[in-house]
Write a protein that binds this ligand. Structure first.
Ligand SMILES: C[S@@+](CC[C@H](N)C(=O)[O-])C[C@H]1O[C@@H](n2cnc3c(N)ncnc32)[C@H](O)[C@@H]1O
Length: 192
């Protein structure tokens, strides 16, 4: 999808899309720095848009790894299928990211090894997708979230107990990548 088509979708559906410009390659590259691709068998992507971050994941993934990319916007899904649908490692899921658990299981995995997200949580007040991500993420691994400010950092700290930020200047607008590690104790895992 070109920048103008993304701009139109962003304007029409701002509450879902949360921006009017797709991420630059530098956003996906910065997210990729926080993933150990040698150990990533299942990566879950939330809010894939037209595939800018998706492409950076696919460039780094092992030949036998899987990428489950959730996107609710039909036009974005179609464009992603046209551009990246030939890659058998990619499953484009036109459904709510909240349902990630059932798709992870259906794909044959117990956990997501990493979750990368661009869902605009600054304009989505509920924490349910973030909590679901925590639940389905492999312990010890990272949840990586795109934002255009640091105002949501406390939400991640509350759910994950930690959040650090990597800044990406080369994006419109400049991006703040939040990286949270799941550090669940045995006791917490038993209660979950
Ligand atoms: C900020 S855009 C990011 C697009 C792309 N990843 C990028 O970085 O260029 C956020 C995307 O999240 C999608 N989205 C919002 N809520 C969602 C949900 N509950 N499930 C799946 N996708 C969702 C929107 O349709 C939009 O395409």
């Amino acid at each position: 999808m070109g920048a103008i088509k993304f701009f139109i979708q962003g304007l029409r559906r701002f509450k879902e899309v949360g921006t009017i410009s797709r991420s630059s390659q530098f956003v996906g590259k910065t997210m990729a720095k926080h993933i150990d691709f040698s150990k990533a068998n299942c990566i879950v992507e939330l809010g894939a848009g037209d595939g800018s971050i998706t492409l950076q994941m696919l460039k780094n993934m092992k030949p036998d790894a899987k990428l489950l990319s959730f996107e609710i916007n039909e036009k974005f899904c179609q464009d992603m299928k046209d551009d990246l649908g030939h890659d058998e490692r990619l499953q484009i899921i036109q459904d709510d990211a909240l349902k990630m658990g059932e798709y992870i299981k259906n794909a044959g995995f117990e956990y997501a090894d990493y979750v990368v997200s661009a869902i605009p949580f600054v304009i989505i007040p509920e924490d349910d997708i973030i909590e679901e991500s925590y639940k389905h993420l492999r312990n010890g691994n990272n949840y990586i979230q795109l934002h255009y400010s640091t105002v949501a950092k406390k939400r991640y700290e509350r759910i994950f107990g930690n959040a650090k930020i990597d800044f990406v200047m080369l994006n419109v607008p400049p991006a703040f990548i939040h990286i949270c590690t799941k550090n669940e104790t045995e006791e917490e895992a038993k209660q979950a």
